[in-house]
Design a protein around this ligand. Structure first.
Ligand code: SIN
Length: 488
């Protein structure tokens, strides 16, 4: 891949621990595959528990002097990092497309999105305010100050290999924490390239270590059990998130969990069918259906159902599935062959129970890991596509009659991350937005993500919020100080 990059030194394959590029103690490496071609594009150091412990210990040493700097001084380093990321968008996007599969346009978008968290929190770190308050004894005053939680461990997913790091380490570093981060084994190169740029920006050694590994357990166990780690932040599946939360309870770590979703898109009769279909498609097929906030269940009121399906078919008809490096491709492959098989088994389950394939339905054509964007009609609540996160380019379209039924269907899941609705009725906008149990709601809009918003879910979609002015809270402790004897 080096020959594709303007700056080949961004392609790092060792771990980055305490400011140095290192191999694993065992010498073990693991292969990284291009999902479009299945080629091995790199061999990366496979880190274990001992190296992870050293990274955590280095973070503890680095964190205190970093926290002692002014927010302005920390901000200057983060701004430099942001600038370097933006100067290298093209190379970083190529690295991402090669290992993740998303098309170049989406990769470029993610790199800019990733940088925006660094820029945002470089400023937000300057606005960590406290409070002064009266106390029952008049001769005393209470003060609340906010301090960094300390050493943070992070585990991030393969679907957004850069932005999910910066959404976590942006606020952590800005307020004075240090971080040890583990990338997904499918996509370690994007995070390692960002670490290279952090190093060039002058981030002091130990403040951000990156520990890639083929085996998640020894790294995760060390992160969750080591008492130096005061906070653990994870983006990934609900199943793994629950296990990690339980492990962190042993040492009472703070946790932030950004977990699975089962997003409904509710389209009411009064919506514009073409706009609703374009919005639903933008959410459903983003990153080939591989985001936690992708439309998972499209719920359409009976009066508009057929028109909506026709409009969605038109949108999908304009897609071109192919290698993300080809600028004419609109959508890339899914991450692994196993992912393709899992998605296919959900479609098979639906079809066996009477669903109709209204578009797509081809798996593995034109490339082992390619799925044609698929639309399923005649679907019911008993099918797996209603209950499970599909995480692929398959859109099941359910029918409903009334607003109450739509709200009940939307809430009929253990997940509560993002939901969307299309309506022109203001009263309905409020009733439904308040009636559905989700952390984020898009009304007549499905592209809701940005640095400005508090991203996060309720129920089994997790806890904590990332991004926005709230995004620093998860990395801060409140300390109460009582100043007494003020009469004397
Ligand atoms: C995710 O899938 O977890 C992140 C999506 C986003 O930030 O928009």
């Amino acid at each position: 891949m080096k020959d594709l990059l303007k700056d080949p030194t961004l392609l790092r394959t060792q771990a980055y621990i305490n400011g140095a590029w290192v191999d694993s103690d065992s010498g073990e490496t693991f292969p990284v595959h291009n999902p479009a071609t299945q080629e091995v594009i790199a061999e990366v150091a496979s880190i274990g528990a001992a190296e992870t412990r050293r990274a955590i210990e280095a973070a503890e040493v680095a964190q205190k002097p970093w926290a002692a700097l002014s927010a302005m001084e920390r901000s200057a380093v983060l701004r430099k990092w942001n600038d370097l990321i933006l100067e290298n968008v093209e190379d970083l996007a190529i690295i991402m497309t090669q290992e993740q599969g998303k098309v170049l346009a989406e990769s470029r978008g993610e790199i800019v999105y990733a940088a925006s968290f660094i820029e945002w929190f470089a400023e937000e770190g300057k606005r960590v305010y406290g409070d002064v308050f009266p106390l029952p004894q008049g001769s005393s005053r209470g003060i609340a100050i906010k301090q960094p939680v300390g050493v943070v461990a992070a585990v991030t997913p393969w679907n957004f290999p850069s932005a999910m790091l910066t959404r976590k380490c942006g606020p952590a570093l800005a307020v004075g924490c240090a971080m040890v981060a583990k990338p997904a084994h499918e996509t370690p190169l994007s995070m390692l390239a960002l670490a290279e740029l952090a190093d060039r920006a002058g981030l002091p050694a130990g403040l951000l270590s990156v520990v890639p590994g083929a085996h998640a357990k020894p790294i995760g166990d060390e992160m969750c059990s080591n008492p130096i780690v005061r906070k653990f932040t994870f983006t990934g599946s609900t199943r793994i998130g629950k296990m990690l939360t339980a492990q962190c309870a042993e040492t009472m770590k703070r946790v932030s969990m950004e977990l699975g979703g089962n997003a409904p898109v509710i389209v009411f009769d009064d919506a514009d069918p073409a706009k609703a279909a374009a919005g639903a498609a933008a959410s459903k097929y983003r990153n080939s259906g591989q985001t936690c906030i992708c439309a998972n269940r499209i719920l359409v009121q009976e009066g508009i159902y057929d028109e909506f399906v026709d409009e969605l078919k038109k949108v999908v008809g304009g897609f071109k599935i192919g290698d993300g490096m080809d600028e004419t491709s609109t959508h890339g492959p899914v991450i692994t062959r196993k992912a393709l098989e899992d998605i296919k088994s959900m479609v098979d389950d639906a079809v066996e129970q009477g669903a109709e394939i209204a578009a797509g339905g081809q798996f593995g054509e034109g490339g082992e890991q390619f799925i044609q964007p698929t639309i399923l009609c005649n679907v019911t609540k008993d099918m797996r596509v209603f209950k499970e996160e599909i995480f692929g380019p398959v859109a099941p379209i359910f029918k409903f009659k009334t607003e109450e039924e739509a709200i009940a269907m939307a809430n009929d899941t253990e997940f509560g991350l993002a939901a969307y609705l299309f309506t022109k009725d203001q009263g309905r906008t409020w009733r439904v937005s308040e009636g559905i149990e989700y952390g984020m709601v898009g009304v007549n809009e499905t592209l809701i993500s940005s640095t400005y918003i508090p991203f996060g879910g309720v129920k089994e979609s997790g806890q904590g919020r990332e991004g926005s002015s709230y995004g620093v809270d998860d990395y801060l402790e409140i300390k109460y100080i009582c100043i007494g004897d003020l009469d004397s």
